[in-house]
Design a protein around this ligand. Structure first.
Ligand code: SAH
Length: 362
């Protein structure tokens, strides 16, 4: 019998050799023990708490043309919308009343929202909800822009690196985009003092086990506070329409691996995971995830933030969503909490700039 036990090794050493990574990533042999070890780890640090984030998808205009994404500029069939500052604030009002204490503002890269307007929106949310965290997910910006939003009151920023392999990055994006700039953004965000989230799609076209190993190694270097992964899901309005979606089992395996590699990370059970399997988010929680991000956008625009096909939760009002998720979380054996839900420990925190962070912890 072989003594090869990658789960134990990962748990103890928080790393594996490339050869062991490859074996672990490509086999389902350890899935049950990975999930059990990951669940132990999350309970040790975060107990049974699951943090809720209210997601406001405020614009689906985008100047970029990522080959996988349904709201890419080149998708002529996308019906575009934008929410005004007042509409965004009323989503926050509704969310606050439902117990949300983190608002995540996400959009395509939409130049309509200038830095001045974005700062006005962030300041208005900050003034009205001083006890809430404000998370932005607006794509790639100049460092000064990130700094301005931070100074206006934003605390966290989500920007998935998408893939850490340069050749793979170029297969997923047009030449106008680069992995180098994406990484520059992530490091700028950390230095400014944001809690930073990164991540990638699982099973994106041309992804190999080697790409995934590079993703893990990149995350080890970046040390993000939040890590979002979900399966790639096909969309007919993209050049990748013919590629199959990513798998549930590989996504769950990677969630468990991420929990063992980054015990303190905030890891969502994503909407994409819930889209490829009816119990996807519950399974994600059981595999080590500890965050869910229900939608607070007005129902009339929900279907239009159409990154991939058959996206779930596009019909219900926010209150229904909240209740449904709370029941699902409880059924999976966890507890939805309304805490602001900052990262518990700062292994990942920006150590060189403690003074900048100190006053940002809420
Ligand atoms: N403009 C922002 C937000 C992008 S949408 C930004 O650039 O960060 C948020 C995430 O959805 C993306 O980072 C990507 O990882 C994911 N996504 C996009 N298209 C997808 C698809 N077809 N399947 C699964 N996830 C997708």
């Amino acid at each position: 019998m072989s003594s090869f036990d990658p789960v134990r090794e990962l748990d103890m050493r928080r790393d594996l050799s490339d050869a062991s990574w490859k074996v672990l990533l490509q086999s389902d042999e350890w899935d049950a023990s990975l999930a059990a070890a990951a669940d132990d780890k999350r309970r040790e640090i975060y107990g049974d708490e699951v943090y809720l984030r209210g997601l406001i998808e405020f614009s689906n205009y985008c100047k970029n043309n990522c080959y996988y994404c349904g709201i890419r500029a080149g998708n002529q069939n996308a019906v575009r919308y934008r929410l005004s500052k007042e509409e965004i604030l009323s989503c926050c009002d509704e969310g606050y009343a439902l117990g949300f204490r983190t608002f995540v503002l996400q959009s395509g890269e939409d130049p309509f929202y200038t830095d001045v307007l974005l700062c006005e929106i962030v300041s208005a949310i900050r003034a009205r909800f001083p006890d809430c965290a404000i998370t932005l997910s607006l794509g790639e910006k100049a460092r000064e822009s990130y700094k301005a939003y931070f100074d206006a009151g934003a605390n966290r920023y989500l920007l998935r690196h998408e893939t850490a392999n340069d050749a793979h990055y170029r297969k997923l994006h047009p030449d106008s985009m680069s992995l180098q700039n994406r990484k520059r953004c992530l490091y700028d965000l950390k230095e400014i003092g944001y809690q930073v989230g990164s991540g990638f799609m699982v099973g994106s076209p041309y992804q190999t086990a080697d790409c995934l190993i590079e993703d893990l190694r990149f995350l080890q270097a970046l040390k993000p506070d939040m890590i979002g992964i979900g399966p790639y899901i096909t969309h007919k309005g993209t050049p990748f329409a013919a590629f199959p979606s990513g798998s549930l089992s590989l996504t769950l395996r990677l969630i468990s691996i991420l929990r063992l590699l980054f015990p303190y990370a905030l890891i969502p059970a994503t909407t994409a995971l819930g889209t490829i399997h009816p119990q996807g988010r519950e399974l994600g929680l059981k595999a080590g995830a500890n965050v869910v991000m229900p939608n607070l956008s007005p129902v009339r625009v929900r279907k239009l933030y159409d990154l991939y096909e058959n996206k779930i939760c596009t019909g219900e009002e926010a209150a229904e969503c909240r209740g449904c998720l709370e029941r699902r979380i409880a059924a999976a054996g966890y507890r939805a909490v309304t805490a602001v839900g900052d990262v518990k420990f700062p292994a990942a925190r920006l150590l060189p700039f403690p003074e900048r962070n100190a006053d940002r912890r809420i």
